[in-house]
Every structure is written in structure tokens, then in C-alpha cells.
Ligand binder design. Structure first.
Ligand SMILES: NC(=O)C1=CN([C@@H]2O[C@H](COP(=O)(O)OP(=O)(O)OC[C@H]3O[C@@H](n4cnc5c(N)ncnc54)[C@H](OP(=O)(O)O)[C@@H]3O)[C@@H](O)[C@H]2O)C=CC1
Ligand SMILES: Nc1nc(=O)c2c([nH]1)NC[C@@H]1CN(c3ccc(C(=O)N[C@@H](CCC(=O)O)C(=O)O)cc3)C=[N+]21
Length: 298
């Protein structure tokens, strides 16, 4: 079933990006600039496990060092911030990603701000997010950038394309909208106060869904021939009690209407990981350029 040509799979896109990352990482290492990504997790969060596991696997395959720093759920904001400052100052650390969610006692935004913009490989610091508003797109939030890469893989021309984004979180929906605007698409953003999600969604040539609700998008909400990018990752139990991961789109019905649909798993997720590693190399090159501009070329 996953051989259906309508499935817009993540693996080929992810592999292409990872091959470029690997080449850059090897060249940088030879020049004495070994890339290293540090992942921060706080407490034990199932939702993050898969992501971190894949980050470690793909980083190692690409020649990027990967270190996991797990803090207890009881860590204070001040302690966490002090650790981040330590990583900012450590020249061996190229990039820092702070996995979400954080415990309620820790203010996500101030922690995001504590990561130096030059090491912010998720593109979530206000200074980084600001760049995409100015059409500087080389380091964008990973999931948003991954979703747009998948749309590009359809070959559709983004200029003037009618796009609807469902979900407006700061980490996924909003940056998708900004990236698409920069590419010339006409973008409508829907959220929980939108009056008729179905009537907006049905107009879309490309529909992005990042909400966290299984089967939110059904076949009657999709324009025939549309590209559907399903970003949701939800865990459900099936009838015999087994856990399975599903997106926000009712894939079985929508695939008869859409021309392209990203599967979950196997769609946006793997591309997100490869973009994180690509961002690590963008960060490394920025640090290296700054160093060489300050101290002269090696
Ligand atoms: N594949 C990947 O790499 C990643 C996948 N994800 C997945 O993507 C999904 C979204 O993540 P994230 O953006 O962090 O989640 P958030 O919970 O932060 O945001 C969800 C968004 O959906 C909107 N929303 C809620 N209910 C509705 C509704 N009925 N109709 C329309 N919009 C609605 C919310 O709007 P409002 O604020 O107005 O309520 C909000 O903007 C999750 O399933 C998550 O697991 C996340 C990150 C990476
Ligand atoms: N700061 C932050 N940024 C995030 O982007 C972020 C986060 N925190 N917290 C958790 C969520 C979730 N997320 C996933 C990314 C890829 C896969 C992924 O690779 N999924 C594979 C799963 C394959 C398998 O099951 O092994 C797939 O969809 O095919 C999963 C989940 C990123 N998130």
C-alpha cells in the first residue's frame, strides 16, 4: 500500500539532504572544524524519544558528533539556563537543540532565547525566526523547512500557489506560512477559531496540517489533485491494544482525492531530522566565517 505513487515519501528527500550534509561535515572535520550537535531533554518524554534516537543515528551517519544532555524534570530554570550558557561558550559545541515539551515550570521562550543565535540550529531564537520574515531562509525551524521541502519535491510551482496551513504554532504552522510567503505562495492560515476549516481547506492546491488531532482532515475537505503535507504525529491504540503512530489526515480516504500525500510515519519526520543536521552545518559555517574574519584565514 505504501508503494502507491501518491505517497510523497520522506526517505528520498532526507537521503539527498543527508548526503550533502555528510560531504560538508567531512570537509569541515578535515579543516579542524568537527561539527557537534548537543540535544537537551528535560525529564522523560516519550514523544521526544523517537526524534532524539533518529537524530543520534543520522548525525553519526553524517559524521556529526552527537551528545545527549538529559536534565531531571526538577531542574530549575536558572540551572538549565546556566548549562546552556556553558554550551554557548564551549567552542567544541556547534549547535544546541532543546527538545519540547519542557516541564511547565520552565519557561520555554526564555530558554529558547538563552541559546546563542549562532548555535541555534532549530531556528527558534527570536533573532533566527526574524530572519525568515526578512526572506533569509537558509536556517529555518526544522519541521517547517522539512514540510516545504516535501512540497517542492512534487515539482509544483510555488509562485501563486493557493496554500492552506492548518495550525499556527510558533514552531510549525507560523514558520511554514512565512517560508511559503517568501516562495511566492498565497497563504491562508487556519486555527481553532477559524469558522469553516473545511471551506478553506477545500480551496487549497497544497494543504499543510500541523495540529495534533488524528483524522482532522477527511476526504471531503481536500481539493481533488491537491498536495497534502501531514505533519501531525499522534499515538493511538488500535483494537488489539497495539500502539501505532498516525498523522492528522485520514490518509485512507484522502489518498483517493489528493495527488500527493505524505505518509505518517515515513513522511515529514525523517526530513525534519535531516534539516536539523543541515542547519548544524549552516551554523558551523557561520561560526567559521566569523572566526576567520576575526582572526584571519587558516
Ligand atoms: N513531523 C515532525 O517533525 C513534527 C511533528 N509535530 C507534530 O505536529 C503537530 C503539531 O505540533 P505543534 O505545532 O507543536 O502543536 P501545538 O499544539 O503547539 O499547535 C497546534 C495548533 O493547532 C491548532 N488547532 C487546534 N485545534 C484545531 C482545530 N480543531 N482546527 C484547526 N486548528 C486547530 C492550534 O490552534 P490554537 O493555538 O488557536 O488552539 C495550534 O495552532 C503535533 O501532532 C506534533 O506532534 C511537531 C513537531 C515536529
Ligand atoms: N524542539 C523540538 N523540535 C521538534 O521538532 C520536536 C520536538 N522539540 N519535540 C518532539 C517533536 C516530534 N518530532 C519528531 C521529529 C521526527 C520524527 C521522526 O523521525 N519520525 C519518524 C519515525 C520513524 C520511527 O518510528 O522510528 C517518521 O515519522 O517516519 C518524529 C518526531 C520533532 N519534534
Amino acid at each position: 500500500m505504501t508503494d502507491d505513487p501518491r505517497y510523497l515519501k520522506g526517505a528520498p528527500v532526507a537521503e539527498r539532504i543527508l548526503a550533502e550534509v555528510r560531504e560538508q561535515a567531512l570537509a569541515a572535520t578535515e579543516d579542524g572544524w568537527k561539527p557537534k550537535l548537543v540535544s537537551i531533554t528535560v525529564g522523560d518524554v516519550d514523544a521526544v524519544d523517537v526524534y532524539v534516537r533518529n537524530q543520534r543515528r543520522k548525525a553519526q551517519a553524517a559524521g556529526i558528533d552527537f551528545e545527549e544532555r538529559n536534565f531531571p524534570a526538577t531542574v530549575s530554570p536558572a540551572e538549565l539556563e546556566a548549562s546552556i550558557h556553558g554550551m554557548n561558550a564551549d567552542p567544541r559545541v556547534t549547535g544546541i537543540i532543546m527538545q519540547r515539551p519542557l516541564p511547565a515550570a520552565i519557561p520555554v521562550r526564555s530558554m529558547q532565547r538563552a541559546i546563542h543565535p549562532l548555535k541555534d540550529v532549530e531556528g527558534m531564537h527570536p533573532a533566527s525566526i526574524g530572519n525568515i520574515v526578512y526572506n533569509e531562509l537558509d536556517l529555518a525551524p526544522c519541521t517547517a523547512a522539512a514540510s516545504v521541502e516535501l512540497l517542492k519535491a512534487t515539482g509544483l510551482d510555488l509562485k501563486g500557489l493557493e496554500v492552506v496551513v492548518v495550525g499556527h504554532s510558533e514552531i510549525v504552522g507560523k514558520p511554514i506560512a512565512f517560508l511559503l510567503l517568501s516562495e511566492g505562495a498565497t497563504v491562508t492560515v487556519c486555527h481553532h477559531m477559524t469558522r469553516s476549516l473545511a471551506s478553506h481547506a477545500r480551496r487549497a492546491d497544497a494543504l499543510f496540517v500541523a495540529v495534533g488531532k488524528p483524522r482532522l482532515i477527511r476526504a471531503d475537505m481536500v481539493k481533488p489533485g491537491a498536495a497534502v503535507i501531514d505533519i501531525g504525529i499522534n499515538t493511538e491504540r488500535d483494537a488489539d491494544g497495539r500502539e501505532r503512530v498516525v498523522g492528522d489526515v485520514d490518509t485512507e480516504s484522502v489518498k483517493h482525492v489528493a495527488s500527493w500525500i505524505t505518509p505518517v510515519p515515513g513522511g515529514v519526520g525523517p526530513v525534519t531530522v535531516s534539516i536539523l543536521l543541515r542547519n548544524t552545518m549552516v551554523a558551523l559555517n557561520r561560526q567559521r566565517n566569523l572566526y576567520e574574519a576575526s582572526y584571519g584565514a587558516r
